[in-house]
Design a protein around this ligand. Structure first.
Ligand SMILES: CCCCCCCCCCCCC/C=C/[C@@H](O)[C@H](COP(=O)(O)O)NC(=O)CCCCCCCCCCCCCCC
Length: 211
């Protein structure tokens, strides 16, 4: 049987994703996402259209890693260099490289920003806090800017099906509520750092709007 989700595991995988010289290992980055997918699956099938999209993006990245050219995909930095130098990225409109590593990872990267905003809301919320509101506020501040109307509407409906704050804390499987809050406090700077390193790298290379 698969091991149960735990917030601690998410923290550990994102911690492992940072190299000494602050590069981001793709292997651990996608392992972190895989953990989050198992969390989402435990919330019920309303979220399966979201987790399916994440799973397909994880799969694209895994395929790059296991291909002959996999050594170029060790870190996000090496991937960006390799794909740009070899013109493997569609920069302005989708063409011959519709599923480059750079554009696929960008989608996960934007979602990581949502996660950061949402977990910060959850961490600082009070007992009567509504997860659906925390989720949609975080979404409207981040991912929503990149999604068309129909997706925004569908996502809005899914948010209403989110369990309450207590269930959320329990599913995180990290002890009592105070322990979860403490672990969130430990995890968030790490997630924020991984996010910021990627953001700076993409900005420097003009990759933030890849189609
Ligand atoms: C916890 C409940 C889950 C709430 C999820 C909120 C985020 C909403 C994301 C909605 C994505 C809708 C599906 C469609 C996506 C794609 O169109 C779109 C664009 O891709 P394309 O350019 O290839 O077409 N894809 C994306 O933007 C990537 C979306 C990735 C969503 C990741 C959501 C992760 C949720 C993780 C939950 C963890 C909760 C916290 C636990 C500690």
């Amino acid at each position: 049987m698969a091991e149960a989700f735990s917030l601690q595991k998410v923290l550990e995988t994102f911690r492992s994703s940072l190299s000494e010289n602050k590069e981001v290992y793709i292997k651990y980055y996608i392992a972190g996402w895989q953990e989050l997918v198992s969390f989402m699956n435990s919330l019920g099938s309303v979220f399966s259209f979201i987790s399916k999209d994440v799973v397909s993006k994880i799969q694209i990245m895994e395929n790059f890693l296991s291909a002959e050219t996999g050594s170029h995909y060790i870190t996000i930095q090496s991937m960006v260099n390799y794909e740009l130098e070899n013109e493997l990225v569609d920069l302005t409109k989708r063409g011959s490289h519709p599923e480059s590593g750079c554009r696929t990872l960008l989608r996960l990267h934007r979602a990581l920003h949502w996660l950061e905003l949402f977990l910060e809301r959850l961490r600082t919320s009070t007992e009567d806090g509504k997860t659906s509101i925390m989720c949609s506020d975080a979404y409207n501040e981040s991912l929503a800017h990149h999604h068309p109307w129909l997706i925004r509407k569908t996502v809005g409906v899914a948010f209403c099906a989110l369990p309450g704050r207590d269930t959320f804390f329990d599913v995180m499987n990290a002890g009592d509520h105070m322990q979860v809050v403490a672990l969130l406090g430990e995890s968030l700077p790490l997630i924020a750092e991984v996010y910021q390193i990627t953001e700076d790298l993409y900005a420097k290379n003009g990759l933030l709007d890849l189609p």
